[in-house]
Design a binder for this molecule. Structure first.
Ligand code: HGY
Ligand code: MN
Ligand code: MN
Length: 412
Protein backbone atom coordinates (compact mmCIF):
# COMPACT_ATOMS: atom_id res chain seq x y z
CA UNK A 1 0.00 0.00 0.00
CA UNK A 2 3.02 2.25 0.36
CA UNK A 3 2.75 3.09 -3.32
CA UNK A 4 -0.83 4.45 -3.10
CA UNK A 5 -1.11 8.20 -3.63
CA UNK A 6 -4.02 10.57 -3.18
CA UNK A 7 -5.62 12.45 -6.04
CA UNK A 8 -4.60 16.06 -5.33
CA UNK A 9 -6.92 17.50 -7.98
CA UNK A 10 -9.92 15.66 -6.56
CA UNK A 11 -9.03 16.88 -3.04
CA UNK A 12 -8.72 20.45 -4.31
CA UNK A 13 -12.02 20.22 -6.20
CA UNK A 14 -13.77 18.90 -3.09
CA UNK A 15 -12.37 21.79 -1.05
CA UNK A 16 -13.51 24.33 -3.64
CA UNK A 17 -17.00 22.80 -3.79
CA UNK A 18 -17.24 22.76 0.02
CA UNK A 19 -15.94 26.35 0.01
CA UNK A 20 -18.92 27.45 -2.06
CA UNK A 21 -21.17 26.75 0.94
CA UNK A 22 -21.16 29.98 2.91
CA UNK A 23 -18.78 31.65 0.45
CA UNK A 24 -18.04 35.29 1.33
CA UNK A 25 -17.34 38.11 -1.15
CA UNK A 26 -13.57 38.12 -0.50
CA UNK A 27 -13.09 34.42 -1.13
CA UNK A 28 -13.57 33.04 2.37
CA UNK A 29 -16.43 31.25 4.09
CA UNK A 30 -18.86 32.15 6.86
CA UNK A 31 -20.36 28.84 8.05
CA UNK A 32 -21.19 29.13 11.74
CA UNK A 33 -21.84 25.93 13.67
CA UNK A 34 -25.36 24.47 13.38
CA UNK A 35 -26.62 27.09 10.95
CA UNK A 36 -28.35 26.14 7.70
CA UNK A 37 -24.99 26.59 5.96
CA UNK A 38 -23.35 24.14 8.38
CA UNK A 39 -26.19 21.74 7.59
CA UNK A 40 -25.52 22.10 3.87
CA UNK A 41 -21.84 21.36 4.43
CA UNK A 42 -22.66 18.36 6.62
CA UNK A 43 -25.16 17.01 4.09
CA UNK A 44 -22.59 17.32 1.28
CA UNK A 45 -19.95 15.54 3.37
CA UNK A 46 -22.38 12.73 4.23
CA UNK A 47 -23.37 12.32 0.56
CA UNK A 48 -19.73 12.11 -0.49
CA UNK A 49 -18.91 9.59 2.26
CA UNK A 50 -21.86 7.37 1.39
CA UNK A 51 -20.90 7.56 -2.28
CA UNK A 52 -17.46 6.35 -1.20
CA UNK A 53 -19.02 3.33 0.46
CA UNK A 54 -18.80 4.54 4.04
CA UNK A 55 -21.41 3.81 6.69
CA UNK A 56 -22.31 7.12 8.36
CA UNK A 57 -23.40 7.54 11.96
CA UNK A 58 -24.09 10.68 14.02
CA UNK A 59 -23.78 10.99 17.80
CA UNK A 60 -25.85 13.12 20.19
CA UNK A 61 -23.42 16.04 19.81
CA UNK A 62 -23.88 15.96 16.04
CA UNK A 63 -20.38 14.58 15.44
CA UNK A 64 -20.44 12.76 12.10
CA UNK A 65 -18.47 9.48 11.74
CA UNK A 66 -17.98 7.99 8.26
CA UNK A 67 -16.65 4.48 8.55
CA UNK A 68 -14.71 2.60 5.88
CA UNK A 69 -14.96 -1.03 6.94
CA UNK A 70 -11.82 -3.03 7.55
CA UNK A 71 -11.42 -6.77 7.14
CA UNK A 72 -11.64 -7.12 10.93
CA UNK A 73 -14.18 -4.69 12.31
CA UNK A 74 -13.62 -5.98 15.81
CA UNK A 75 -10.44 -3.88 15.77
CA UNK A 76 -10.53 -0.29 17.07
CA UNK A 77 -10.77 2.23 14.22
CA UNK A 78 -7.98 4.50 13.04
CA UNK A 79 -9.63 7.91 13.06
CA UNK A 80 -9.04 11.18 11.26
CA UNK A 81 -11.04 14.35 10.87
CA UNK A 82 -11.50 17.99 11.78
CA UNK A 83 -14.41 20.47 11.49
CA UNK A 84 -16.73 21.96 8.86
CA UNK A 85 -17.87 24.98 10.87
CA UNK A 86 -15.95 28.22 10.35
CA UNK A 87 -15.33 31.64 11.75
CA UNK A 88 -17.79 34.37 10.64
CA UNK A 89 -15.18 35.62 8.15
CA UNK A 90 -13.11 32.46 7.92
CA UNK A 91 -11.18 30.61 5.26
CA UNK A 92 -11.91 27.69 2.95
CA UNK A 93 -9.24 25.43 4.46
CA UNK A 94 -9.41 25.78 8.30
CA UNK A 95 -11.11 22.53 9.32
CA UNK A 96 -12.50 21.58 5.92
CA UNK A 97 -9.04 20.43 4.83
CA UNK A 98 -8.80 17.88 7.65
CA UNK A 99 -12.28 16.51 6.98
CA UNK A 100 -11.85 16.28 3.20
CA UNK A 101 -8.29 14.95 3.44
CA UNK A 102 -9.76 12.06 5.41
CA UNK A 103 -12.37 11.52 2.70
CA UNK A 104 -9.63 11.63 0.05
CA UNK A 105 -7.75 8.86 1.90
CA UNK A 106 -10.89 6.72 1.64
CA UNK A 107 -11.36 7.56 -2.04
CA UNK A 108 -7.70 6.79 -2.85
CA UNK A 109 -7.86 3.43 -1.07
CA UNK A 110 -11.09 2.64 -2.94
CA UNK A 111 -9.41 3.48 -6.25
CA UNK A 112 -6.57 1.16 -5.37
CA UNK A 113 -8.95 -1.58 -4.22
CA UNK A 114 -6.95 -1.64 -1.00
CA UNK A 115 -8.28 -3.02 2.26
CA UNK A 116 -7.11 -2.32 5.78
CA UNK A 117 -7.46 -4.69 8.71
CA UNK A 118 -8.88 -2.13 11.12
CA UNK A 119 -11.73 0.14 10.04
CA UNK A 120 -11.09 3.81 9.26
CA UNK A 121 -13.31 6.60 10.62
CA UNK A 122 -13.45 10.06 9.04
CA UNK A 123 -15.00 12.57 11.48
CA UNK A 124 -16.55 16.01 11.23
CA UNK A 125 -16.58 17.35 14.81
CA UNK A 126 -19.33 19.73 15.91
CA UNK A 127 -18.56 23.40 16.61
CA UNK A 128 -14.78 23.47 16.74
CA UNK A 129 -14.62 27.25 16.28
CA UNK A 130 -16.86 28.38 19.13
CA UNK A 131 -17.80 31.48 17.12
CA UNK A 132 -21.53 31.13 17.78
CA UNK A 133 -21.97 29.29 21.08
CA UNK A 134 -20.13 29.98 24.32
CA UNK A 135 -17.02 27.84 23.86
CA UNK A 136 -15.21 26.03 21.06
CA UNK A 137 -14.32 22.41 20.38
CA UNK A 138 -17.60 21.30 21.92
CA UNK A 139 -18.14 18.18 19.81
CA UNK A 140 -14.70 16.70 20.44
CA UNK A 141 -14.70 18.08 23.99
CA UNK A 142 -17.78 16.10 25.01
CA UNK A 143 -16.47 13.08 23.06
CA UNK A 144 -13.20 13.23 25.03
CA UNK A 145 -15.02 13.60 28.35
CA UNK A 146 -13.83 17.17 28.90
CA UNK A 147 -17.31 18.67 28.78
CA UNK A 148 -20.69 17.46 30.01
CA UNK A 149 -23.11 16.42 27.25
CA UNK A 150 -26.28 17.93 28.73
CA UNK A 151 -24.51 21.20 29.57
CA UNK A 152 -23.16 21.39 26.03
CA UNK A 153 -26.59 20.74 24.51
CA UNK A 154 -28.05 23.48 26.74
CA UNK A 155 -25.36 25.92 25.58
CA UNK A 156 -27.11 29.01 24.13
CA UNK A 157 -26.12 31.25 21.24
CA UNK A 158 -26.57 35.04 21.66
CA UNK A 159 -30.22 34.68 20.57
CA UNK A 160 -30.87 32.00 23.19
CA UNK A 161 -31.03 29.10 20.72
CA UNK A 162 -29.40 26.08 22.37
CA UNK A 163 -27.02 23.64 20.69
CA UNK A 164 -29.49 20.83 21.31
CA UNK A 165 -32.35 22.69 19.66
CA UNK A 166 -30.18 23.70 16.71
CA UNK A 167 -28.86 20.16 16.23
CA UNK A 168 -32.45 18.93 16.11
CA UNK A 169 -33.47 21.75 13.76
CA UNK A 170 -30.77 20.89 11.20
CA UNK A 171 -31.34 17.14 11.55
CA UNK A 172 -28.06 16.23 13.26
CA UNK A 173 -29.21 15.36 16.77
CA UNK A 174 -27.85 11.85 16.39
CA UNK A 175 -28.77 8.81 18.44
CA UNK A 176 -25.26 7.47 19.02
CA UNK A 177 -23.71 7.92 22.46
CA UNK A 178 -20.93 10.50 22.58
CA UNK A 179 -17.50 8.97 23.16
CA UNK A 180 -16.75 5.86 25.16
CA UNK A 181 -15.33 4.07 22.13
CA UNK A 182 -11.81 2.66 21.74
CA UNK A 183 -9.71 4.42 19.10
CA UNK A 184 -6.49 2.97 17.75
CA UNK A 185 -5.15 6.41 16.84
CA UNK A 186 -6.37 9.84 15.74
CA UNK A 187 -4.56 11.90 13.09
CA UNK A 188 -5.70 15.40 12.07
CA UNK A 189 -4.49 17.21 8.98
CA UNK A 190 -4.74 21.02 9.19
CA UNK A 191 -3.24 24.16 7.74
CA UNK A 192 -0.61 25.62 10.07
CA UNK A 193 -2.43 28.93 10.51
CA UNK A 194 0.99 30.47 11.07
CA UNK A 195 3.95 31.58 8.90
CA UNK A 196 6.68 29.04 9.68
CA UNK A 197 6.23 26.29 7.06
CA UNK A 198 5.69 28.70 4.19
CA UNK A 199 8.65 30.87 5.23
CA UNK A 200 10.92 27.81 5.24
CA UNK A 201 9.42 26.29 2.09
CA UNK A 202 8.54 23.09 3.93
CA UNK A 203 5.31 21.29 2.90
CA UNK A 204 4.71 19.19 6.01
CA UNK A 205 4.78 20.06 9.72
CA UNK A 206 5.15 17.21 12.22
CA UNK A 207 3.12 18.62 15.09
CA UNK A 208 4.53 17.86 18.55
CA UNK A 209 1.71 19.41 20.58
CA UNK A 210 -0.27 22.54 21.31
CA UNK A 211 -0.27 25.43 23.76
CA UNK A 212 -2.67 25.83 26.66
CA UNK A 213 -5.71 28.10 26.48
CA UNK A 214 -7.95 29.88 28.99
CA UNK A 215 -11.00 31.84 27.86
CA UNK A 216 -13.29 34.12 29.84
CA UNK A 217 -16.50 36.10 29.47
CA UNK A 218 -16.19 39.40 31.34
CA UNK A 219 -19.36 41.22 32.39
CA UNK A 220 -18.87 44.86 33.42
CA UNK A 221 -21.88 46.46 35.11
CA UNK A 222 -22.40 50.20 35.65
CA UNK A 223 -25.51 52.35 35.38
CA UNK A 224 -27.47 53.56 32.36
CA UNK A 225 -27.81 57.34 32.22
CA UNK A 226 -28.66 60.25 29.95
CA UNK A 227 -25.80 61.20 27.64
CA UNK A 228 -26.75 64.86 27.77
CA UNK A 229 -27.38 65.50 31.42
CA UNK A 230 -25.17 63.33 33.62
CA UNK A 231 -21.84 65.07 34.45
CA UNK A 232 -18.71 63.12 33.56
CA UNK A 233 -17.56 62.71 37.16
CA UNK A 234 -20.84 61.05 38.22
CA UNK A 235 -21.07 58.37 35.59
CA UNK A 236 -20.78 54.59 35.97
CA UNK A 237 -19.95 53.96 32.34
CA UNK A 238 -19.60 50.20 31.79
CA UNK A 239 -18.17 50.57 28.28
CA UNK A 240 -15.48 53.02 29.39
CA UNK A 241 -14.56 50.60 32.16
CA UNK A 242 -14.40 47.70 29.70
CA UNK A 243 -12.21 49.74 27.35
CA UNK A 244 -9.75 50.48 30.16
CA UNK A 245 -9.72 46.78 31.13
CA UNK A 246 -9.06 45.72 27.54
CA UNK A 247 -6.11 48.10 27.32
CA UNK A 248 -4.80 46.77 30.65
CA UNK A 249 -5.05 43.16 29.40
CA UNK A 250 -2.80 44.08 26.50
CA UNK A 251 -0.28 45.29 29.06
CA UNK A 252 -0.51 41.97 30.95
CA UNK A 253 0.59 40.15 27.79
CA UNK A 254 3.80 42.20 27.50
CA UNK A 255 4.58 41.70 31.19
CA UNK A 256 5.46 38.03 30.61
CA UNK A 257 8.28 36.39 28.62
CA UNK A 258 7.66 34.68 26.27
CA UNK A 259 4.51 36.72 25.77
CA UNK A 260 1.15 34.96 26.09
CA UNK A 261 -1.30 35.81 23.34
CA UNK A 262 -4.35 37.63 24.72
CA UNK A 263 -7.24 38.47 22.43
CA UNK A 264 -10.48 40.33 23.10
CA UNK A 265 -12.52 39.36 20.06
CA UNK A 266 -16.14 40.02 20.98
CA UNK A 267 -17.86 42.89 22.77
CA UNK A 268 -21.55 43.51 23.46
CA UNK A 269 -22.86 46.80 24.89
CA UNK A 270 -26.23 47.30 26.59
CA UNK A 271 -28.44 49.12 25.75
CA UNK A 272 -26.18 49.98 22.78
CA UNK A 273 -27.83 53.34 22.18
CA UNK A 274 -25.84 56.43 21.10
CA UNK A 275 -27.37 58.70 23.74
CA UNK A 276 -27.49 56.36 26.74
CA UNK A 277 -24.49 55.82 28.96
CA UNK A 278 -23.81 52.05 28.73
CA UNK A 279 -24.95 50.18 31.82
CA UNK A 280 -23.36 46.88 30.80
CA UNK A 281 -20.52 45.67 28.62
CA UNK A 282 -19.68 42.00 28.02
CA UNK A 283 -16.43 41.01 26.32
CA UNK A 284 -14.49 37.78 25.74
CA UNK A 285 -10.85 37.01 26.55
CA UNK A 286 -8.87 34.29 24.77
CA UNK A 287 -5.45 33.75 26.42
CA UNK A 288 -2.84 31.16 25.41
CA UNK A 289 0.67 30.15 26.37
CA UNK A 290 2.97 27.12 25.91
CA UNK A 291 3.46 26.85 29.70
CA UNK A 292 0.55 25.96 32.01
CA UNK A 293 2.04 27.74 35.02
CA UNK A 294 2.49 30.99 33.14
CA UNK A 295 -1.06 30.69 31.79
CA UNK A 296 -2.38 30.45 35.36
CA UNK A 297 -0.34 33.51 36.41
CA UNK A 298 -1.60 35.44 33.40
CA UNK A 299 -5.19 34.56 34.35
CA UNK A 300 -4.62 35.89 37.88
CA UNK A 301 -3.02 39.08 36.51
CA UNK A 302 -5.94 39.64 34.12
CA UNK A 303 -8.49 39.15 36.88
CA UNK A 304 -6.62 41.59 39.18
CA UNK A 305 -6.37 44.20 36.42
CA UNK A 306 -10.12 44.08 35.75
CA UNK A 307 -11.07 44.13 39.41
CA UNK A 308 -8.77 47.08 40.20
CA UNK A 309 -10.25 49.16 37.38
CA UNK A 310 -13.81 48.24 38.41
CA UNK A 311 -13.16 49.21 42.04
CA UNK A 312 -11.64 52.54 41.07
CA UNK A 313 -14.50 53.33 38.62
CA UNK A 314 -17.36 52.24 40.88
CA UNK A 315 -18.28 49.40 38.52
CA UNK A 316 -18.94 45.71 39.09
CA UNK A 317 -17.03 43.10 37.14
CA UNK A 318 -17.43 39.31 36.85
CA UNK A 319 -15.07 36.99 34.97
CA UNK A 320 -16.55 33.60 33.97
CA UNK A 321 -13.98 31.06 32.73
CA UNK A 322 -15.44 29.39 29.63
CA UNK A 323 -12.44 27.33 28.51
CA UNK A 324 -9.47 25.89 30.36
CA UNK A 325 -7.22 23.65 28.31
CA UNK A 326 -3.73 22.61 29.33
CA UNK A 327 -0.79 22.34 26.98
CA UNK A 328 -0.90 19.14 24.95
CA UNK A 329 1.94 16.79 23.98
CA UNK A 330 0.96 14.46 21.14
CA UNK A 331 1.77 10.74 21.17
CA UNK A 332 5.43 9.92 20.45
CA UNK A 333 4.64 6.85 18.32
CA UNK A 334 2.14 8.81 16.22
CA UNK A 335 4.58 11.69 15.82
CA UNK A 336 7.28 9.24 14.74
CA UNK A 337 4.85 7.67 12.25
CA UNK A 338 4.11 11.08 10.69
CA UNK A 339 7.83 11.88 10.46
CA UNK A 340 8.67 8.44 8.99
CA UNK A 341 5.86 8.70 6.44
CA UNK A 342 7.14 12.07 5.24
CA UNK A 343 10.62 10.54 4.99
CA UNK A 344 9.35 7.56 2.97
CA UNK A 345 7.53 9.93 0.64
CA UNK A 346 10.60 12.12 0.27
CA UNK A 347 8.59 15.08 1.55
CA UNK A 348 10.54 17.81 3.37
CA UNK A 349 9.20 18.22 6.90
CA UNK A 350 10.00 19.81 10.24
CA UNK A 351 8.79 19.53 13.81
CA UNK A 352 6.47 22.32 14.89
CA UNK A 353 4.15 23.28 17.75
CA UNK A 354 0.57 24.41 17.22
CA UNK A 355 -0.40 27.92 18.35
CA UNK A 356 -4.01 27.21 17.40
CA UNK A 357 -6.30 24.83 19.22
CA UNK A 358 -7.64 21.78 17.39
CA UNK A 359 -9.98 18.86 18.01
CA UNK A 360 -6.83 16.73 18.09
CA UNK A 361 -5.92 18.50 21.36
CA UNK A 362 -9.04 16.96 22.90
CA UNK A 363 -8.60 13.55 21.25
CA UNK A 364 -5.05 13.42 22.63
CA UNK A 365 -6.59 12.98 26.08
CA UNK A 366 -8.20 9.65 25.12
CA UNK A 367 -6.26 8.21 22.18
CA UNK A 368 -2.77 8.19 20.63
CA UNK A 369 -2.92 11.38 18.55
CA UNK A 370 -0.79 13.51 16.24
CA UNK A 371 -1.31 16.20 13.61
CA UNK A 372 0.00 16.94 10.14
CA UNK A 373 0.37 20.62 9.20
CA UNK A 374 0.65 22.09 5.74
CA UNK A 375 1.58 25.70 4.92
CA UNK A 376 -0.95 28.45 4.36
CA UNK A 377 -0.24 31.66 2.45
CA UNK A 378 1.54 34.23 4.65
CA UNK A 379 0.33 32.25 7.66
CA UNK A 380 -3.05 33.95 7.33
CA UNK A 381 -6.10 32.23 8.88
CA UNK A 382 -9.41 33.19 10.50
CA UNK A 383 -9.49 35.56 7.54
CA UNK A 384 -11.23 35.36 4.16
CA UNK A 385 -7.84 35.58 2.43
CA UNK A 386 -6.75 32.20 3.88
CA UNK A 387 -5.15 30.21 1.09
CA UNK A 388 -3.06 27.08 0.52
CA UNK A 389 -1.35 25.36 -2.42
CA UNK A 390 -2.90 22.23 -3.97
CA UNK A 391 0.48 20.48 -3.96
CA UNK A 392 1.00 21.11 -0.23
CA UNK A 393 -2.53 19.95 0.60
CA UNK A 394 -1.89 16.78 -1.39
CA UNK A 395 1.50 16.23 0.26
CA UNK A 396 -0.07 16.42 3.71
CA UNK A 397 -2.87 14.11 2.61
CA UNK A 398 -0.38 11.54 1.32
CA UNK A 399 1.30 11.53 4.73
CA UNK A 400 -2.14 11.09 6.31
CA UNK A 401 -2.88 8.09 4.07
CA UNK A 402 0.42 6.48 4.94
CA UNK A 403 0.08 6.82 8.71
CA UNK A 404 -3.54 5.66 8.72
CA UNK A 405 -2.84 2.59 6.63
CA UNK A 406 0.26 1.77 8.65
CA UNK A 407 -1.68 1.96 11.91
CA UNK A 408 -4.75 0.12 10.53
CA UNK A 409 -2.66 -2.63 8.97
CA UNK A 410 -2.80 -3.62 5.31
CA UNK A 411 -5.10 -6.56 4.73
CA UNK A 412 -4.20 -9.42 2.39
O1 HGY B 1 -9.12 29.18 18.10
C1 HGY B 1 -8.48 28.23 17.65
O2 HGY B 1 -7.33 28.02 17.98
C2 HGY B 1 -9.11 27.32 16.63
O3 HGY B 1 -8.75 27.77 15.35
N1 HGY B 1 -10.53 27.28 16.74
MN1 MN C 1 -9.42 24.64 12.73
MN1 MN D 1 -10.15 27.97 13.34
Amino acid sequence: MAEIRVDGARLWDSLMEMGRIGATPKGGVGRLALTDLDKQARDLFVRWCEAAGCAVRVDRMGNIFARRAGTDDSLAPVMTGSHLDSQPLGGRFDGAYGVLAGLEVVRALNDAGAATRAPLDVVAWTDEEGARFKAGMMGSGVFAGLQDLEAALANPDPDGRTMGAELARIGYAGAEPVGGMEIAAFFEAHIEQGPVLEAEGIPVGVVLGGQGQRCFRVTVTGEEGHAGTLPMDRRKDALLGAARMIAALNGVAFAHEPHPVITVGALQVRPNSPNTIPGQAVFTIDSRHPDDGTLATVAADMRAACEDIAAEAGLEVALEQTTSRGTVAFDETCIAAVRAAAERLGTPHRDIYSGAGHDACNLALIAPTAMIFVPCEKGISHNEAENAKPEDLAAGCDVLLQVMVERAGAAG
